[in-house]
Design a protein around this ligand. Structure first.
Ligand code: SME
Length: 154
């Protein structure tokens, strides 16, 4: 599997996040397009926004196939679990995950990274891969840094 240098990609994400002439949705969309376009095993990349009343996740900018999961209650699926625990969740094989919402039948692994702003859960970054066990410790560290940079826009 071709893996582009994530440190170079992080520089590009930093540059996107430094934009001063953009709205939040534009910035997050650019991040999604960049990651999905550059990393072959990132097949779907999207943000969900956190709503506290009611406790649901709302689909924000994404790159990849359209999904039916535009609104996800906290606790449901991998996204909802991450919203409740406020911790990164890596699922190496989605067929082994009991609490999972299928977005595409091609998806084999998934990672969800919370976006935290001043200690509050504000959004999450969700990635699906058509490759089993696609998300390594390096992907996780990279995506957690992307989430920290994106948090500046909340
Ligand atoms: N698989 C996710 C649902 C969102 S889609 O992957 C875009 C989940 O189990 O929460």
């Amino acid at each position: 599997m071709h893996r582009p240098p994530l440190d170079e990609l992080l520089l590009a994400v930093r540059a996107i996040c430094r934009r001063t002439d953009a709205e939040r949705d534009d910035v997050l969309q650019e991040i999604c397009d960049l990651l999905q376009g550059k990393v072959p095993h990132y097949d779907w990349v999207g943000f969900y926004y956190a709503e506290s009343v009611p406790r649901v996740l709302l689909l924000g900018p994404y790159a990849g196939a359209p999904t039916d999961h535009k609104q996800i209650p906290y606790g449901k699926g991998v996204c909802g679990q991450a919203a409740e625990t406020e911790e990164t969740i890596v699922v190496d094989d989605v067929t082994e995950e009991g609490n999972y919402l299928a977005c595409s039948l091609d998806t084999q692994s998934e990672i969800v990274v919370p976006v935290m702003k001043d200690g509050a859960f504000v959004a999450e970054l969700d990635l699906d891969s058509h490759t089993i066990g696609a998300f390594t410790a390096a992907d996780r560290a990279f995506l957690e840094e992307v989430a920290r940079l994106a948090a500046e826009w909340f």
